[in-house]
Design a protein around this ligand. Structure first.
Ligand SMILES: C[S@@+](CC[C@H](N)C(=O)[O-])C[C@H]1O[C@@H](n2cnc3c(N)ncnc32)[C@H](O)[C@@H]1O
Length: 296
């Protein structure tokens, strides 16, 4: 098993759940309300026609996260509209954001570290569709390789692997087309490089798919700049919450973590957070990467 030296950089509490739910709503708008790529739906329909009840369709969402607007519940509606009713499994390193046991509506949740190769081996080639989203702050450059190989290990031949990521290198906060984060975003990106996170993970994932000889690879991007005003306003709130979460977390982890974010003291970090709250007229942007491939 391989584990990251630096802990998960964001929180796993109620506030983080709210932010992840907001992020989910932004992505839903950007994707025109449809999360499932059409090749996946097509493939699942073919498999459903050829499988028996004792071998149900199975979908897994890794690092599934949280809350009411979790990806799994959204795709369940889409799948049902297509006459598909697979078993849905959500895995995460932590279980404290899973819905309460009496509100899981048949979705199965379990803890699993995406880097725990032994556990993935124990699960075996079990799923027809494996999805993971928003791991860019979680995994280092080297860990992406392990995570993708682990995902492929639980995917049946002919099944689809799907990552959706928002690379740090393409985050922007602008006023009148010019950088306007007051340095915070740039510090965050620099600290991500120090922590060996991959600022260009969308392209790196595609390359790893190619190295692992996945078939029918597609790599689509959606830039928030091309989306509607409401999505942009939602992202302004989301970006502020995300940056505050990074700063608050760094304060909690101590002077070393604060320094990596470019702050000499807790006071300097708190001042920057107050500035972020007060600043207006800026627009936060990101680019969503969707990378899909089929296991031979
Ligand atoms: C930014 S959130 C994304 C959550 C969800 N995929 C979504 O789109 O809302 C990252 C998630 O990764 C989980 N996580 C962090 N490290 C992990 C690991 N090594 N293995 C599995 N999950 C991990 C966190 O607990 C958190 O729920």
């Amino acid at each position: 098993m391989s584990t990251s030296k630096e802990p998960y950089l964001l929180n796993v509490d109620d506030e983080a759940s709210k932010r992840l739910n907001l992020q989910h709503d932004i992505l839903k708008r950007m994707l025109g309300g449809t999360f499932l790529p059409s090749p996946v739906v097509k493939r699942l329909k073919i498999i459903q026609q050829s499988t028996t009840n004792d071998q149900p369709l199975k979908t897994a969402d890794l690092a599934t996260g949280t809350g009411a607007r979790i990806w799994l519940y959204s795709i369940r509606e889409e799948l049902a509209k297509n006459g598909l009713n697979p078993e849905l499994h959500g895995y995460d390193l932590h279980d404290n954001q899973f819905p309460p046991a009496n509100k899981r509506e048949g979705v199965i949740f379990d803890t699993m570290n995406v880097l725990d190769t032994d556990k993935f081996k124990a699960v075996g080639e079990n799923y027809h569709y494996v999805h993971a989203r928003l791991l860019t702050s979680v995994l280092t450059v080297d860990e992406w390789k392990v995570a993708i190989q682990n995902c492929l290990g639980i995917l049946k031949p002919g099944g689809y692997l799907h990552f959706e990521e928002i690379p740090f290198g393409e985050l922007a906060i602008e006023r009148d087309g010019l950088p306007a984060s007051g340095g915070v975003l740039e510090k965050l990106q620099a600290s991500m490089i120090l922590l060996k996170r991959d600022l260009d993970c969308g392209n790196s994932i595609r390359k790893l798919y190619e190295e692992n000889k996945l078939e029918d690879i597609s790599h689509d991007t959606i830039d928030l700049r091309d989306c509607d005003e409401e999505a942009k306003q939602m992202q302004n709130t989301n970006a502020r919450l995300g940056l505050e979460e990074f700063i608050t977390n760094a304060i909690r982890r101590g002077p070393g973590a604060l320094k990596r974010l470019g702050f000499e003291s807790e006071e300097a970090a708190l001042t920057k957070m107050a500035d972020l709250k007060a600043s207006s007229g800026t627009q936060a942007y990101f680019v969503l990467h969707s990378i899909l491939g089929k296991k031979p």
